[in-house]
Design a protein around this ligand. Structure first.
Ligand code: SF4
Length: 379
């Protein structure tokens, strides 16, 4: 007898679990006739979905696997899926994830190489000049500190070491320091290096490529229409220009965004489609951590189910690209964190720039419990 593929076993198990929970919920609903329903938000959807009819998610995944691109309206449909369809949606996303990444999970390790002191006014960012958040503020770390970070990344099984500075763009001293340290890191450790240094000129991008930087992170953060609401000191087009400079210099692109800043679902879709058009290799999806002292403090409209729909949408719109669950994972996905990896194929291990992540051991356990495995770097 041929053994069933493991994803089929997983799917059927989840469907059985979903059916039991729906039966229990339907019984409860007969006793409680007012289902939770927020008409003003796509983030909380009706529990009254019809579970007996065919849903579009599997045929959407099949079309994506045949090479078709989803339209913006279809992507929007994913974000407005009823919560009870999230498991079906994740199954559809997992079919696509499995085609390109199997059960692998890539780990990234962040090093906040220069913290605070940024002249820009990005309203989500605790390092901005407009933020009064209590965060460590320091200039570019020393060589030995950057090397120690690379060692920690390597010991934690990360594939990529991300060197991040808070800045509109790097000054000459910072550029020179990066040019010096990157070859050393790559000589000593089996790591890719991703640099996140802010806006870059064509010349700066060329210099980063020449010193061995594999990839540059520069997030679009949201859709073009919404961008002016979260930053006034530079434009969305400035960010797109930097991505073009990085591509032209021959490096890979890492670019994603932040969900939960007050944008409409359409803005999230616009960003996902723009990232597809830019052929970005790696897409970090952050869920806003509304840090006290930033203009967006106090926002809290995300639900775990909506976050899962966002991840599924990014997977189906950008099927063969790396999708990473980035900042806000622990805060917003909470007990559903593991489910996010059925759509995404990558996470940060350790802390974020100015906020804590869960312990690396908890991440390794989660990955093991899923039956997934960490990608080993083969450099
Ligand atoms: S440019 Fe970067 S570091 Fe500066 S405020 Fe914006 S997000 Fe924060």
């Amino acid at each position: 007898m041929t053994a069933l593929p493991s994803w089929v076993v997983w799917r059927d198990g989840l469907r059985r679990a979903a059916l039991v929970s729906i039966l229990v919920r339907n019984r409860k609903r007969r006793l409680l006739p007012n289902p939770i329903h927020d008409r003003n938000s796509l983030m909380t959807t009706s529990l009254n979905a019809d579970l007996t009819t065919d849903k579009p998610w599997q045929s959407m995944a099949s079309r994506v696997l045949e090479g078709e691109e989803l339209s913006a309206d279809e992507a929007l449909q994913i974000l407005s899926a009823p919560d009870v369809e999230v498991l079906d949606l994740l199954h559809a996303a997992f079919r696509v994830r499995h085609r390109y990444f199997g059960r692998s999970v890539q780990l990234y390790f962040l090093m906040n190489a220069k913290s605070g002191l940024c002249p820009e006014d990005c309203s989500y960012c605790s390092q901005s000049k407009t933020s009064t958040a209590e965060i460590p503020k320091y200039n570019l770390l020393r060589r030995d500190e950057l090397l120690a970070g690379a060692k920690a990344a390597s010991e934690r099984g990360a594939k990529t070491y991300c060197i991040v500075i808070s800045a509109r763009g790097p000054n000459e001293r910072e550029m020179a320091a990066v040019e010096k340290i990157v070859p050393e890191i790559k000589q000593q450790y089996d790591l890719d290096v991703c640099a996140c240094l802010g806006l870059l000129t064509v010349e700066q991008a060329d210099r980063l490529a020449a010193c061995g930087v594999n990839r540059v992170n520069h997030n679009l953060n949201s859709g073009e229409e919404f961008y002016g609401e979260i930053c006034t000191t530079h434009t969305y087009q400035d960010r797109v220009d930097t991505l073009h400079a990085v591509r032209d210099a021959g490096m890979e692109l890492c670019s994603g965004g932040i969900v939960g800043m007050g944008e409409k679902p359409r803005d999230v879709v616009d960003m996902a489609i723009q990232l597809r058009e830019l052929r970005v290799e790696s897409i970090p999806v952050n869920f806003l951590n509304p840090i006290e002292g930033t203009p967006l403090a106090g926002r809290g409209e995300l639900t775990p189910n909506y976050c899962l729909k966002v991840l599924a949408m990014f997977r189906l719109v950008n099927p063969e690209r790396e999708v990473r669950i980035a900042g806000g994972r622990e805060l917003h996905l909470r007990s559903l964190q593991a489910l996010g990896l059925y759509a995404a194929n990558s996470i940060f291990v350790g802390d974020y720039l100015t906020t804590k992540g869960q312990l690396p051991e908890a991440d390794y356990t989660m990955i093991r419990d899923l039956g997934f495995e960490v990608t080993q770097n083969t450099l």
